[in-house]
Design a protein around this ligand. Structure first.
Ligand code: AMP
Length: 278
């Protein structure tokens, strides 16, 4: 496994690499969710590439960039064990050198949900993913459905800017009790982790109500919000039942819908989602 830290070196390695090439972009502190993407990329490509970059431009000024967990050596050990070929791990100055002044704004799909609650977040995501895809030139690029809106934003970006990759979205990996794996879970106290399980319970409730025939999106959102507000230490950012493709909030569920939510638990912001009607 080769670890490369500059765009120039990566381009050179890329020219010699076997195709197809699969890229899994990450911010590191790798867990089984990331590794499920890496395994899929490994199995579908002649060259498996993972990027590790905690991207400053996707964090707001009041967000957790400085406390975001990091463990480069541990991450590299895990990736070696998965048989990854190339790791691209640039520093911030490599990706954003002095004078950097070009950003990518994806439109409507990026304005909703996370976009509305984290202004500038998807601008940072789209900019860094576009840069990573330009440097790495992957045939396939792997993302987690855990960040469902991010998948839609990247599909839009890939299509609108002709980046030419096949975008693959893979299911959310969860702990045995249902909590979605996230690097940020490392910052939960045992008590906060228990409270965080209410996010999954709220999504399960939505699934159950839907399975029982409920189609009134407002009523489902209300039941989810009630469940979350009964949990001490959980502050809800949003609860959404939206069209799974456009993320427009629904009155009534017809086709495929995304039930998603964001909440702060013990100072840690968590998101999760499930799809209804698949
Ligand atoms: P991150 O390091 O949080 O930026 O995540 C890197 C990639 O891993 C993104 O495509 C995420 O959607 C994906 N990912 C994060 N958590 C999970 C999970 N629990 N299951 C599946 N994919 C995940």
């Amino acid at each position: 496994m080769r670890v490369i830290t500059t765009a120039a070196d990566f381009r050179e390695a890329e020219r010699a690499a076997r195709r197809p090439m699969g890229l899994t972009p990450t911010m590191g502190y790798l867990h089984e969710g990331h590794l499920s993407l890496v395994r899929r990329a490994r199995s579908e490509n002649a060259t498996a590439v993972v990027s590790i970059f905690v991207n400053p431009t996707q964090f707001g000024s009041s967000e957790d960039l400085s406390t975001y967990p990091r463990d480069m050596e541990g991450d590299l050990d895990k990736l070696r064990r998965e048989g990854v070929d190339l790791v691209f791990a640039p520093c911030a100055a490599e990706m954003y050198p002095k004078g950097f002044d070009t950003y990518i704004d994806v439109g409507e799909i990026a304005a909703r949900l996370e976009g509305a609650h984290r202004p500038g977040h998807f601008r940072g995501v789209a900019t860094v993913v576009c840069k990573l895809m330009t440097i790495v030139r992957p045939d396939n690029v792997y993302f987690g459905q855990k960040d469902a809106q991010q998948c839609l934003v990247i599909e839009r970006l890939n299509s609108d800017l002709d980046l030419g990759a096949n975008v693959v979205a893979l299911p959310t990996a969860r702990d045995a009790d249902g909590l979605a794996l996230s690097s940020r879970n490392a910052r939960l106290t045992p008590e906060a982790r228990k409270s965080a399980l209410s996010l999954y319970r709220a999504l399960r409730l939505a699934e159950r109500l839907y399975a029982e025939g409920a189609r009134d999106a407002g009523a489902i959102r209300g039941r989810m919000a009630d469940l979350l507000s009964a949990e001490p230490g959980v502050q809800v950012d949003y609860v959404s039942i939206a069209d799974a493709k456009t993320l427009v909030e629904l009155d009534a569920i017809g086709g495929e819908a995304l039930a998603s939510l964001a909440a702060r638990v013990g100072g840690v912001r968590l998101i999760d989602n499930v799809t209804l009607g698949t």
